[in-house]
Design a protein around this ligand. Structure first.
Ligand code: EPS
Length: 393
């Protein structure tokens, strides 16, 4: 089982991450994790905070001489912005904070954020007590955890990618073969350069109007072995686990495996992926298509795992919506606090991290092992059996 925890507030001292269940002898270092964190920080439409931060995960435990020990991997990411929030976010009771602008109580609830249900549920008088943890800043911690999972999957040839398929209703033409290097270089992580230009113009227009823009993202995991997850119980189905993981990302409102909702309008013969006769024993069970998005019956089917998700426009809007005051219930304009205009491009990187964590968990559940060599023996032993039955009885 691969588990992870995150802790940390957006303007606290930093983020804390524990990843547990990673076998020993996995080569890993801070540089690898930093490269994933840097990918999350990029993207057209990001706000001022990303100019302040240079996210770096400091590995505190679980790694020795560049290899995992099998013990929990502990990491911290320092918030560089903390210096500006030492009073407002102080751990100790600092007494009178009336001299500090950032310590002012926030009572003008933002519709669409965690503000209202969070304040009610936890009995808070100050919306900051909710928004600090509800902030998408926490996704930096997820990307650090996901980088560890990705490193594990890479050892077994599994690669993750993401690309943006729409922003603000502007849809990309998805090419037959995606140039992943070009996606990495695209300011909106889009495989269609023409659509990318229009997406950036839409982000500019939203910003100009004091508004925000959402969009949709696709995650693709290649070279996933057949049989991760299980058909036997709801909480072991890989598609269900992927859906939960992606839905847990801030602002995500819908998730699909493969084309998702689109298959409901078609006939069975137009949806299911024809299985081709086995000609290459090393690559059995090829399909003509992958409309199943790489899962059948809650298990991976050997095709790339494809998941899409929709990100709503950020709830913090420069030109705020009418709302109510937490104290009085009277009409006010919602609170505005520095935020992004569009967080769809980084959402792809965060989605990759979440899918990597789910796949790493399912991978370890299937193959087990306390060290990479042991896991590899189990993996190779299984992979030698997944061809046509008469050949592998
Ligand atoms: C984010 C850090 C936050 C926000 C953003 C994501 O920093 P700050 O609140 O200091 O500007 O920019 O948060 C949100 C989009 C949100 O919904 O809270 C980050 O590190 O990604």
């Amino acid at each position: 089982m691969v588990r992870f925890f995150t802790a940390g507030e957006s303007h606290g001292q930093g983020l804390v991450i524990i990843v547990e269940g990673v076998p020993a002898a996995l080569p890993i270092g801070e540089e690898y994790i930093a490269s994933q964190l840097a990918r999350r920080q990029r993207g057209y439409g990001r706000g001022g905070r990303m100019l302040i931060e240079q996210d770096h995960a400091h590995i505190m435990s679980g790694v020795r001489h560049g290899r995992t020990l099998g013990s929990p991997i502990g990491m911290t990411i320092e918030n560089k912005d903390w210096v500006n929030w030492e009073t407002a976010m102080a751990v100790e009771d600092v007494g009178d904070t009336s001299h500090d602008e950032r310590s002012k109580r926030i009572t003008r609830i933002r519709p669409g954020h965690a503000d209202l249900p969070g304040a009610m549920k936890y009995g808070f008088q100050d919306v900051r007590d909710v928004l600090e943890r509800a902030s998408a800043r926490e996704t930096a911690a997820r990307v650090a955890a996901g980088a560890v999972a990705m490193r594990l999957l890479e050892e077994f040839g599994i690669q993750l990618h993401s690309h943006v398929i729409s922003i603000g209703g502007i849809k990309a033409e998805i090419p037959e073969v995606i140039d992943w290097q070009a996606v990495e270089e695209s300011p909106v992580r889009c495989a269609d350069p023409e659509a990318a230009t229009r997406m950036m113009a839409e982000i500019d227009a939203a910003k100009e109007a004091g508004d925000t823009a959402g969009g949709t993202v696709e995650i693709i995991a290649e070279n996933v072995p057949i049989g991760l997850g299980s058909h036997v119980h709801w909480d072991r189905k890989i598609d269900a686990l992927v859906a939960q993981a992606l839905m847990s990302i801030n602002a995500v409102k819908a998730v699909s495996i493969g084309p998702g909702f689109e298959v409901a309008d078609l006939r069975g013969s137009q949806v299911h992926d024809v299985i081709l006769p086995v000609t290459d024993p090393d690559h059995p069970w090829q399909r003509e298509t992958n409309r199943a998005g790489g899962t059948e019956g809650g298990m991976t089917d050997g095709m790339p795992l494809v998941a899409r998700f929709a990100v709503k426009p950020i709830a913090t809007i420069t030109n705020p919506l009418p709302s109510v005051d937490l104290d009085t219930g009277d009409l006010v304009q919602a609170h505005y606090e520095r935020s992004d205009v569009c967080q769809v491009p980084p959402a792809g990187v965060i989605g990759e991290a979440m899918v990597a964590l789910v796949l790493a968990g399912a991978f370890m559940e299937k193959f087990g092992g306390d060290s990479i060599p042991e896991t590899r023996r189990n993996y190779e032993g299984y992979m030698a059996t997944v061809g046509p039955r008469l050949k592998y009885q």
